[in-house]
Design a protein around this ligand. Structure first.
Ligand SMILES: C[S@@+](CC[C@H](N)C(=O)[O-])C[C@H]1O[C@@H](n2cnc3c(N)ncnc32)[C@H](O)[C@@H]1O
Length: 215
């Protein structure tokens, strides 16, 4: 049976059009350039890096970047567009193979909204562990305001924000305030930014939550 990883490798990245491969103009990181310039240590984890636009942007600001994704094509593309970054195939549900306190910044741009709430909490705990004291988690996730009705995704009977598409064999999560409250209770995060926005990504408008949490 196809897994979530196989959806990304066999459907998403295999069928991605050339014209869809460069959406760097959509990166939200430029808004946080000043904050990012001050992170310590100057090592960043780009988690669920996709095709590496953020990796390249971060590398361009003098940071040492470790980019990871569980889709092989994504990691190969990162190696091509940003050979100075370390690029690793990994499934973040299986933990992060880095020492405690390794990173000044973890970037997760639209990559933390695919998991059950238990898996999500486990991944956020791992992010907390690999951040240095004062290190930041910065990211964007899809908002529950978008809804997935009529999109082939069916809500889980015991978690209305966790969806599965039986045709694609892919999970997705939508976030609302309750889930952030739950995640914030799991470790002593300092919440610097947490807000809902409307963004345009690949010319499509959607609602997202943007966050900067500090260890
Ligand atoms: C919407 S894309 C975002 C990619 C990139 N961060 C960007 O902003 O363009 C989500 C990415 O998360 C990756 N991903 C999903 N689940 C993952 C997992 N369990 N472990 C590692 N990567 C995962 C997918 O392969 C995909 O590249």
């Amino acid at each position: 049976m196809q897994s979530d990883r196989e959806f990304w490798e066999n459907d998403y990245y295999k069928n991605l059009q050339e014209s869809e491969k460069d959406f760097l103009k959509d990166t939200f990181l430029s808004k946080y350039e000043e904050l990012i310039s001050k992170v310590e240590p100057k090592r960043v984890l780009d988690l669920g890096c996709g095709l590496g636009q953020d990796t390249k942007w971060l590398r361009g600001r003098g940071l040492k970047v470790t980019a990871c994704d569980f889709a092989k094509q994504a990691v190969q593309q990162v190696q091509q567009i940003c050979p100075e970054a370390e690029a690793i195939v990994l499934d973040m549900r299986e933990g992060l193979p880095f020492k405690n306190g390794s990173f000044g910044l973890v970037n997760a741009n639209l990559s933390l909204h695919y998991f059950s709430i238990d898996e999500t909490a486990k991944i956020w705990a791992e992010i907390y562990r690999v951040l240095a004291p004062g290190g930041k988690l910065i990211g964007v996730v899809n908002s529950a305001r978008n809804g997935y009705a009529n999109d082939g995704y069916v809500a889980s009977p015991d978690d209305k924000n966790f969806y599965y598409n039986p045709q694609r064999k892919q999970h997705k999560r939508l976030f609302d305030q309750n889930q952030f409250d739950y995640l914030a209770q799991q470790a002593p995060w300092k919440i610097r930014v947490l807000r809902e926005n409307e963004i345009a990504r690949k010319e499509r408008k959607k609602y997202t939550w943007e966050f900067v949490w500090e260890k």
